[in-house]
Design a protein around this ligand. Structure first.
Ligand code: NDP
Ligand code: MG
Ligand code: MG
Length: 331
């Protein structure tokens, strides 16, 4: 089994006299900044003028600078901007401030692996990628726990890059849950595959198709919503806690028999061939090229697809239903 590393394996002292610049204060940015600060590390936040997040960061007691100022002031620069804007901001504001011996780091390997950002050889380049959304990275830390992380070294100028990456992972709480070593290539390709095929793309297409099938057959949309969307979480929680076996223990024998006999008819040889094709497009850089060009041209397709999806009837039914359920409200 792959080795997991925990608190005792990482040395936070490697960050003791360092200033860490967190560039971006969104989902991951706020969690990294606050967790590192609570771990006793000196943190500054780099944001663009007029950033909506500035007030939040300042209210949390963090020092906010421009991206260039933060990159200049810091020994360690963690880029937590949306992947599609990283290249431009890196070129304009970070690269000119990357003095020898600094650490440049990421929470996803896209820009390094696909050659969008090419750092000088004189800096360490590492990745610490929490395997969970930023809000969970923060919440679990506050509860004394953490979210498992992947870590990787792309470039080791100091001879300490690996230990440093592990120290950073400890600072954000990752080693409380366990961290796993990988490469920029492996993290990038598996992350893109997971989100496209299973977690985001596959799951939302499955939910929508199931919903659509029931509604078109004349069943009430509210019922279709409960069966095909709402109950997903209950099932997934069981799977995460105890694997497929725990889920199958908990559902009825009727449901289990349906699972075993009908599930394989939903994910067919054709679907598996498409999964391989999607993986090949990730590996060849075809997906990356498409995403980069889409963003360079001002996101025309992305914008249209977002609008179409927002207008899907499952979203309308869901909005009305969720509004009625106080137990679903955040807080
Ligand atoms: P978000 O979209 O949540 O964060 C965006 C932040 O960047 C905001 O503070 C935003 O400012 C700022 N920003 C946006 N555009 C610019 C710009 N042009 N110049 C300066 N700042 C800008 O990003 P995520 O946290 O989702 O992603 C960050 C990285 O972490 C990515 O590499 C992603 O792949 C990776 N990652 C994300 C995970 C997640 O759960 N979201 C999980 C694991 C890795 P403003 O608030 O003003 O808009
Ligand atoms: Mg991702
Ligand atoms: Mg049922």
């Amino acid at each position: 089994m792959a080795r997991m590393y925990y608190d005792a394996d990482a040395n936070l002292d490697l960050l003791a006299d360092k200033t860490v610049a967190i560039i971006g204060y969104g989902s991951q940015g706020h969690a990294h900044a606050l967790n590192l600060k609570d771990s006793g590390i000196k943190v500054v936040v780099g944001l663009y003028p007029g950033s909506k997040s500035r007030q939040k960061a300042e209210e949390a007691g963090l020092k906010v600078l421009s991206v260039a100022e933060a990159a200049s002031a810091a020994d360690w620069i963690m880029i937590l901007l949306p992947d599609e804007v990283q290249k431009t901001i890196y070129k304009e504001e970070i690269e000119p401030n990357l003095r020898d011996g600094k650490v440049l780091s990421f929470a996803h390997g896209f820009n390094i692996h696909f050659g969008q950002i090419v750092p000088p050889e004189t800096v360490d380049v590492v990745m610490v990628a929490p395997k969970g959304p930023g809000h969970l990275v923060r919440r679990t830390y506050e509860q004394g726990e953490g979210v498992p992380c992947l870590f990787a070294v792309y470039q080791d100028a100091s001879g300490q890059a690996r230990d440093r990456a592990m120290a950073y992972a400890k600072g954000i709480g990752g080693t409380r849950a366990g961290i796993l070593e990988t490469t920029f290539r492996e993290e990038t390709e598996t992350d893109l595959f997971g989100e496209q095929v299973v977690l985001c793309g596959g799951l939302s297409a499955l939910i929508k198709s199931g919903f659509q099938t029931l509604v078109e057959a004349g069943y009430q949309p509210e019922l279709a919503y409960f069966e095909c969307l709402h109950e997903v979480k209950l099932i997934v929680d069981l799977i995460v806690e105890g694997g497929l076996a725990k889920m199958r223990d908990s559902i009825s024998n009727t449901a289990e028999y349906g699972d075993l006999t009908r599930g394989p008819r939903i994910v067919t040889d054709e679907t598996r061939a498409e999964m391989k094709q999607i993986l090949a497009e990730i590996q060849s850089g075809q997906f990356a090229r498409e995403f980069v060009l889409e963003n360079q041209s001002g996101k025309p397709g992305f914008t249209a697809m977002r609008r179409q999806e927002a207008e899907h009837s499952i979203e309308e039914v869901g909005k009305d239903l969720r509004a009625m359920f106080s137990w679903l409200k955040e807080g």
